[in-house]
Design a protein around this ligand. Structure first.
Ligand code: GDG
Length: 462
């Protein structure tokens, strides 16, 4: 098997410290099988930036290579184009998107510099796999440097309908550059179909069937590869000391009452204000839950340099105060809003002690929290997942209670159904989802993409 090079904005960790997310573990395992390089940004800013030192760390057959970026790159490429322009547009939020030519130029510049720094490490037989919206243009830059290796891309976030993406200045040029990849993976069938439709409608391309499109003299596969988690390992977390300690604390806190759990980075795509309002609606419409059911929202802050992220946090603090002020009692607080992070084992314990998992993004590529919640349940007494129809996860988790997150009434009614669901139904729904997430794990996901890329490339170069 040929050596693998993975490129993503942030890298590693190479050693499983227990803190690594499922994605990092799956990628390191895949890299270990073939040997290879994981290339990305250090997360640091320096004056030399992409021209500076290549930081290298080796662990077994895997080399981690990272470079800095400059302050200007950070402002224009990372905070600017990636997080102020692409993230909102790809999550259907044109109202929050900022279009600035300097951001776009910064994005091109950093993609070009990353390609130039990676180029000397590429050997003729390597397979290259690039991740996410920071690097739409990387393959095009590598092709310009005469790299002919097979290159795959995976988009972790949604690919919107062409009607939305067309609002992005120079969207055609961005998608045209994406055609330099050989295979483009998406979270859902819908995202892949949106991409193919963009190529046909906006680039006058051709739909060749079997998930293939062609345009501007290139042919690519654009196919859905829904990302998974290592469900068995996550399920094992609940037996760890950390999980057990947290379970005991939650159990003591609840004292026989029930808890709904939400876990999300603070991000406007996650539908958090709508979620808090739906919980308020539950207390209004089904008053028997007052004093009996609480919402715990774990919400690590992210991207606080971007105004819309500060705004959403302020709004959530305000809503928490309002709802708690309205309904709290001496011995019961309706919402616990924790703007901090927990390690993954502790999270597993908190999921397990929660009767309902509430995952209500307005748009989400996949949403791994939905899968982790299911993995952490007690087989003999599982909780219920309430899941937004706009999370990619909803495409393959039909046994959840699927809701429209914009409708407070609908979410409140689903919460009430979840809280009162009979054991047989809970167990049946949970088992169907658990078996599927075990089959469709993180390793299977990585293998499917790489094996399609290699098969395709072998056929193409034969
Ligand atoms: C993007 C896409 C797609 C959460 N709180 C803590 C913590 N987490 C972990 C969760 C989960 C991960 O972070 C979040 O993953 P999500 O999938 O829910 O969302 P994004 O961060 O937006 O990820 C998404 C994903 O990429 C993968 O392709 O599913 O759609 O937006 O694993 O458990 N981890 C720790 N402490 C916390 O407090 N350690």
């Amino acid at each position: 098997m040929s050596r693998l090079i993975v490129v993503s904005n942030r890298v590693g960790p190479l050693k499983d410290s227990g803190k690594a997310g499922g994605l990092a573990v799956a990628l390191v395992d895949t890299l270990r099988q073939t040997g290879g390089i994981w290339f990305g940004w250090t997360g640091k800013v320096s004056e030399e930036g992409t021209f500076g030192l290549l930081h290298e760390e080796k662990h077994r057959k895997v080399v981690m290579q990272q470079i800095d970026i400059t302050q200007q790159d950070y402002d224009e490429f990372y905070i600017g184009y990636a997080n102020r322009t692409l993230w909102p547009v790809l999550h259907y939020r044109l109202d929050l998107a900022e279009f600035d030519r300097r951001y776009e130029e910064g994005y091109r510049r950093v993609n070009e510099r990353f390609a130039a720094r990676l180029h000397p490490s590429i050997q003729p037989d390597d397979t290259i796999w690039v991740h996410d919206y920071h690097f739409f243009g990387l393959a095009a830059q590598l092709r310009a440097m005469e790299v002919e290796n097979p290159i795959a891309f995976f988009l972790h976030i949604p690919f919107p309908a062409p009607e939305i993406l067309a609002a992005l200045p120079n969207a055609e040029s961005l998608v045209r550059r994406m055609l330099a990849y050989d295979l483009i993976g998406f979270q859902t069938e819908r995202d892949a179909a949106n991409f193919r439709r963009f190529v046909v409608e906006e680039l006058q391309g051709e739909d060749l069937g079997n998930d293939r499109v062609s345009a501007v003299g290139r042919e690519v596969i654009a196919r859905a590869y829904p990302i998974g988690i290592d469900a068995e390992s996550f399920a094992q977390f609940v037996h760890s000391a950390d999980a057990r300690r947290h379970m005991a604390r939650v159990e003591k806190l609840l004292d026989g009452r029930q808890q709904i759990i939400g876990v999300d980075r603070i991000d406007y795509s996650k539908g958090l204000p709508e979620r808090f309002k739906a919980f308020e609606r539950l207390l209004e419409d089904y008053p028997e839950n007052r004093g009996q059911v609480s919402l715990m929202q774990v919400a690590p802050p992210s991207r606080s340099e971007v105004d819309s992220y500060v705004d959403i946090r302020n709004e959530l603090e305000h809503l928490t105060g309002h709802i708690n002020g309205r309904f709290a009692d001496l011995d019961w607080t309706p919402i616990r809003f924790l703007t901090r992070s927990f390690n993954r084992k502790a999270l597993a314990g908190v999921y397990r002690e929660s009767k309902v998992g509430l995952v209500t993004p307005l748009r989400d590529g996949m949403n791994l929290v939905a899968k982790e919640y299911v993995a952490a349940q007690r087989p003999e007494d599982p909780g219920v997942l309430v899941l937004s129809r706009f999370a990619g996860a909803a495409e393959r988790m039909k046994e959840a209670l699927i809701v429209n997150p914009h409708s407070a009434e609908e979410v409140a009614a689903a919460l009430q159904t979840a809280l009162t669901m009979p054991w047989e139904e809970r167990r049946e729904r949970w088992l169907a989802m658990y078996e599927r997430i075990c089959e469709e794990g993180a390793h299977e996901w990585a293998q499917a993409i790489l094996s399609d890329l290699r098969t395709e490339f072998a056929a193409y170069s034969a």
